[in-house]
Structure formats: structure tokens, C-alpha cells
Design a binder for this molecule. Sequence first.
Ligand code: ZN
Length: 132
Amino acid sequence: MNFFEVQTRKQREVLNITERVEELVRESKLKEGVCLVFVPHATAGVIVNEFEPNITRDYLKFFEKIAPKNAEWEHNAIDDNAEAHLLSAFLGQGKTIPISEGKLVLGTWQRILLCELDGPRNRKVVVQVTGK
Ligand code: ZN
């Protein structure tokens, strides 16, 4: 299993992991296939979208709007991070990206982004490629 680790620094942040995924795809020498990027965590997520400072702040604003920290979530009685679980469930733990001619098929503005929702933590990002 191929993976890399990311040490997050904030409680919530969005990090660009595209280059690290691309590196593993290059090393795989695969020409045509698919790449699965997956985080084995219940309070993190993976999205594929634009990465620049304004939209990155907007992701965080959006997360707070759809799952406010101060709402009366029942899981908060256990470990006070219900909104992180809800956002993780909503965003999903992984994405599948096509590989063609040895490269990830991403649109001009698409990047692979790790969403930390309950950090700081050490996160594992699993990258599995399959094809020929
Ligand atoms: Zn929890």
C-alpha cells in the first residue's frame, strides 16, 4: 500500500496534496488507469477543486455554515467533534482520478485537497493506483 503522511497545523484547514499524489503516480509507471486517494480518518476529507487563498478561506466559511461548531450535536457529549465527523461524512474520504499518458487527468483549476476538520493531527493519505 502506498501512502504518505501529512502533519496538519490547524483545527480546520485545506491543504494541497496534488504534487505528493502525482509523485506516487509517476513512480508507479502506470500509463492508463485510475488513482484512488483515500484518507482512513473519520474527521478528515478529500475534495478535488481549486486551491487559492480566497477560495480556501471560503471552504472554511462554508464548512462552518453547513456544520457550525456551536450547534447542539449529540456526539459532542462524547468527544466534542461532531461537526468534524459530519463534514467528513459529507465531503467523503476519497476521490478517484483518472490516469492517462502517465498523468492524473485534472482540469486546469482542479487540485487534490486534504480537508483537516479536527486537527492538528498526523493524517495518512493512501494512494492506490490500478491500470496498465
Ligand atoms: Zn468524535
